[in-house]
Design a binder for this molecule. Structure first.
Ligand code: MTE
Length: 389
């Protein structure tokens, strides 16, 4: 397996190959982000950060139900683990349990396997669309992808350890290389979600072992929840009496309890830890700013709703005055997005095409996003502007 240094060397080679730009500055170059660059194992992804690997999926790729691994977005808060071998990797289970133990990858692989198709979305997806803008990785619409994850149920491992009545939260620690004073990637989820039959210690994605970008050799998979819940390069599971206290639980990944206006300071106690995803749909074609021929145009995209199911996607081609249901794709699974399409008879003119989804909890995408200081959970009605010639 390549070391991080080899990887960065390869990345800078890729950057140099397309125009001798400094890789350190490349993340800030919108032209480079638009062009996409080749990164080993990835295919024309939008590079949001070189320092740590943060890759966005172009929305044009949202036209296939299971995202190929080389099109699946990548979100890293720090450096990926340098030297990680399947033989050396260990997973410890400890804390509020009757019996603590350590598992090898071979032992994990022998446990009964379960499979979940899950749409994984970063809580910061769409952050760049908030106004006023907020700091953080400036994700467009593509920090979201869908894959078939498999591995043992977390529940089976917890039952083997025997969770004590005092065990209320389950903590995950990743093996990331922590730069400088950055705190390690540790988060926790409530015991109820940990015991859900669909919460996994995933070792495979789309039928193949996890790649390094996605958490080789094992990650937590907490379906329907923000991506941050699904800890990559999992090395430790600890059962706690109460929620883990640390940077990635507070102040990170919290949402204000009450609406806030830009400039308001939000104290951690006035915000809650993010869990399930919002209802959301995105147009993957036609492309924003495109020119189309008049006649039949297929508007298409994807819609998802975290732990709920998408029940309806509607399209408007008249700026939101009227809405017509789109056709939902036949491929579906509880935590996975639905592809959708809509046949539009386009006549000459300039149009804003809008899409909004509604889910089984009765939630509908709002016209305007709910602004918050970290730009989490953006889910306003999506739109593209097109010219029909
Ligand atoms: N796990 C570790 N150890 N380190 C991380 O930086 N990022 C989280 C989560 N798990 C992260 C992590 C975030 S914010 C997201 S959105 C998902 O991983 C992204 O998973 P992916 O890179 O496989 O798409």
């Amino acid at each position: 397996m390549n070391s991080r240094r080899d990887f960065l060397k390869q990345m800078s080679g890729a950057a140099l190959a397309i125009g001798a730009r400094s890789p350190v500055m490349a993340w800030a170059d919108p032209l480079l982000q638009e062009q996409g660059i080749e990164i080993p194992g990835e295919d024309r992804m939008i590079v949001r950060s070189f320092r740590f690997v943060d890759l966005e999926t172009p929305v044009e790729y949202f036209n296939i139900w299971l995202t190929p691994v080389n099109h699946f977005f990548v979100r890293n808060h720090m450096h990926e683990p340098g030297e990680l071998s399947a033989d050396d990797w260990r997973l410890t289970v400890s804390g509020e349990v009757e019996k603590q133990f350590t598992l090898t990858l071979a032992e994990v692989s022998r446990l009964e396997t379960h499979t979940v198709v899950n749409t994984l979305e970063c809580a910061g997806n769409g952050r760049s669309l908030h106004r006023p803008q907020v700091p953080g990785i400036q994700w467009g619409k593509g920090a979201v992808s869908t894959a078939r994850f498999s591995g043992p149920r977390l529940r089976d491992v917890l039952q083997r350890a025997g969770v004590k009545a005092s065990g209320k939260h389950v903590m995950f620690r990743g093996l990331d290389e922590v730069p400088g004073k950055v705190p390690p990637f540790i988060r926790s989820i409530p015991i109820e979600k940990a015991l859900d039959s669909d919460t996994l210690i995933a070792t495979h994605m789309n039928g193949a072992p996890l790649t390094r970008h996605h958490g080789f050799p094992a990650r937590a998979l907490v379906p329907g929840w923000i991506g941050a819940a699904s800890c990559k390069w999992l090395t430790e599971i600890k059962i706690l009496e109460s929620e883990f206290v640390g940077n990635f639980m507070s102040p990170g990944y919290r949402f204000p309890n009450q609406p806030v206006t830009p400039g308001d300071a939000v104290k951690p106690e006035d915000a809650h830890v993010l869990t399930g995803l919002n209802v959301k749909s995105v147009i993957s074609g036609p492309s924003d700013g495109g020119t189309l021929k008049s006649g039949r145009v297929v508007v298409h995209g994807a819609a998802w709703a975290g732990e709920a199911d998408v029940v309806k996607v509607e399209i408007s081609t008249d700026g939101g005055a009227t809405w017509t249901p789109a056709k939902l794709g036949h491929e579906q699974a509880h935590y996975a997005w639905r592809l959708w399409s809509y046949e539009w008879k386009a006549k000459g003119g300039d149009y804003t095409i809008l899409t909004r989804a509604t889910d089984s909890q009765g939630r509908t995408q709002p016209d305007a996003p709910v602004w918050n200081p970290s730009g989490y959970l953006y889910n306003a009605v999506d739109q593209v502007k097109v010219h029909v010639g």
